[in-house]
Write a protein that binds this ligand. Structure first.
Ligand code: PEP
Length: 253
């Protein structure tokens, strides 16, 4: 198998200490029980839970990631967290360019690229999020928008190992709506082509492209069975151990 499935949970701004630790422990225990060799599991809790989540998942293969980082290593950046800090407390991954950050924090492709570059140079793996708005979809611009986001926010140092792309249609996030499987496959295949043009065919073949946006146990199987879908970035359904693990189970071919 050229690409190992990745099931990643984006907890967003959810979880206080007690329930966050319980969720991390619950997922870790189930990942251990599942003993999957064909699939990796990752949780991305908020910054405040990373340290305790790290302890809670110790001794299991469940991986830890953060939801954002700053591009600088340290310095006068009040309220920010560097990739080095994330690595220091045991993160292996960081999400950058989530649409909620692109929208709510006005993050540009250029800034996202700087963050991704810093994370990779630090030794973290990055999940770079892209995706069109509903208006862009309606205007038939999905592939053009995603291509421009890849061009602008994926750094040249990205490769099949250090970078994961998450295709998340903005209109599908948290709405219960998803594109058809044909639409998802069309966009994922197009993304792989753009990556091949930018980073070479070998990197494109190795790079995992996740689908995100209202993925849940009831629709995961058909989405994860698509040839260019290599896993999921899961928001709401990652907050329940049973749902998150059921999505993992649905990835079994
Ligand atoms: C996300 O925001 O990354 C996401 C996919 O959210 P949800 O699964 O809740 O749509």
């Amino acid at each position: 198998m050229i690409r190992k499935t990745l099931i990643a949970g984006n907890w967003k701004m959810n979880g206080l200490l007690e329930d966050g630790i319980a969720l991390a422990k619950g997922v870790a225990q189930e990942v251990k029980k599942a003993g999957r060799k064909d699939c990796e599991f990752l949780i991305c809790p908020p910054f405040t839970l990373l340290s305790s989540a790290k302890k809670a998942i110790k001794g299991t293969k469940l991986m830890l990631g953060a939801q954002d980082c700053h591009y600088a290593e340290k310095g006068a950046h009040t309220g920010d967290i560097s990739a080095k800090m994330l690595q220091d407390i045991g993160c292996q991954y960081v999400i950058v360019g989530h649409s909620e950050r692109r929208t709510n924090h006005y993050e540009s492709n250029e800034l996202i690229k700087q963050k991704a570059e810093a994370a990779i140079n630090t030794g973290l793996k990055v999940i770079i999020c892209i995706g069109e708005t509903e208006a862009e979809k309606d205007a038939g611009k999905t592939i053009a928008v995603c291509s421009a986001q890849i061009e602008g926010s994926v750094p040249e140092i990205s490769n099949g190992q250090n970078t994961v792309i998450a295709y998340e249609p903005v209109w599908a996030i948290g709405t219960g709506r998803t594109p058809t499987t044909a639409e998802v496959e069309e966009v994922h295949a197009a993304i792989r082509k753009v990556v091949a043009k930018k980073l070479g065919r070998a990197n494109a073949n190795k790079m995992r492209i996740l689908y995100g946006g209202s993925m849940k146990p009831s629709n995961a199987k058909e989405l994860l069975a698509l040839p260019d879908v290599d896993g999921g970035l899961i928001g709401g359904a990652s907050l329940k151990v049973a749902d998150f693990m059921a999505i993992g189970e649905a990835s079994k071919q």
